[in-house]
Design a binder for this molecule. Structure first.
Ligand SMILES: Cc1cc2nc3c(=O)[nH]c(=O)nc-3n(C[C@H](O)[C@H](O)[C@H](O)COP(=O)(O)OP(=O)(O)OC[C@H]3O[C@@H](n4cnc5c(N)ncnc54)[C@H](O)[C@@H]3O)c2cc1C
Length: 287
């Protein structure tokens, strides 16, 4: 097996965008924890590999005017040490703890995780529950922003054009009283790929749900929100009957497959159980 490609290490984003605009097949690489594994399985389908690790502009985590921006190059090790508080920390903290092991966390980036677009990518459910958008830039097309549900398009397929770089991920900081729940079900507690993962944020006002965002991983071709289940909760109190209805609906909206980690039927049952568990926890936390 021969990997035959050129390699370049741009020093800033505009150099990287120029490289991505070159003729032929061009592939960015950040932490390389997907790219290098893929390269060992089959020759990489690229003529030019563009290393992003020198791009300091992709590294900051910024918080300004109620908006949070994660540079695409932020690693999971860095996210794990980040202390934004509230729902952001409540979702991102346990996700990072459950993500791979320390060696991979030191290299793997949040941008690479979203661009690889595995159905089981761990950053996707928390970022969907935070209503995040992806920023894309290209040399000729300027920049654009896409909500995550529009970014994911299929099995390991995104709306990113070949000439575009994902530069960051942005979302509004949830209000202080926003509640959350995160759970990753895997075969082990660490270094495991998700069988099902779930992230939710819920805003209650006057004992009723003002807004619920429920996101699931590993139960459809790409990570997804469950709008019907969210709709059932809208304007309602969180009680046994609304929680059961939302959980059953979320299970119906999921589209899991059978694979060597679990059957689709088991995954669907786990979606129902975990949505129930999450909403019960959210309801209890306010009492
Ligand atoms: C042992 C091991 C354990 C793992 N465990 C987990 C786990 O628990 N959970 C999980 O979700 N994943 C896991 N992974 C997968 C992988 O680590 C993650 O998907 C990681 O976040 C990928 O980030 P990266 O920076 O290494 O991406 P890379 O491998 O560098 O790139 C991945 C893809 O994204 C593209 N890309 C990267 N950055 C950009 C950018 N800024 N703009 C445009 N395109 C870009 C690349 O071209 C490539 O297609 C594991 C991998 C290994 C090897």
């Amino acid at each position: 097996m021969i990997n035959d490609f050129e390699f370049t290490q741009p020093r800033d984003v505009s150099e990287a965008l120029e490289a991505l605009a070159e003729k032929g097949r061009v592939m960015p690489v950040a932490g390389g924890t997907n790219v290098l594994v893929n390269m060992k399985r089959a020759p990489l389908e690229t003529d030019l590999l563009v290393d992003l690790t020198r791009l300091e502009a992709l590294e900051p985590i910024l918080s300004d005017n109620g908006r949070i921006r994660l540079g695409a190059g932020v690693t999971f090790a860095r996210l794990l040490e980040w202390r934004p508080g509230g729902a952001v920390e409540g979702l991102m903290g346990p996700m990072c703890v459950a993500f791979a092991g320390p060696l991979i966390r030191n290299l793997a980036t949040v941008g690479g995780n979203l661009c690889d677009a595995s159905a089981a990518a761990d950053a996707s459910p928390p970022l969907l529950a935070l209503d995040a958008c992806v920023e894309l830039e290209s040399a000729t097309g300027g920049s654009r922003t896409l909500p995550l549900p529009a970014f994911f398009q299929g099995v390991r397929k995104t709306a990113r054009r070949a000439t575009e770089l994902v530069t960051g991920i942005e979302f509004s900081k949830p209000e202080d009283d926003e509640r959350w729940f995160y759970y990753k079900l895997g075969k082990r507690k660490a270094d495991a790929i998700s069988i099902v993962s779930i992230a939710m944020t819920v805003k209650l006002a006057g004992g009723k749900v003002e807004r619920a965002r429920i996101a699931l991983g590993a139960v459809a071709p790409f990570a997804m929100r469950v709008p019907e289940a969210e709709g059932i909760l809208q304007g309602e109190p969180l009680n046994d009957s609304t929680i059961a209805a939302a959980a059953a609906t979320a299970a119906r909206e999921s589209r899991p497959i059978d694979d060597f980690r679990a059957t689709g039927a088991y995954r669907r049952q786990m979606v129902e159980a975990l949505v129930k568990r999450g909403l019960n926890e959210v309801a209890r936390r306010g009492k």
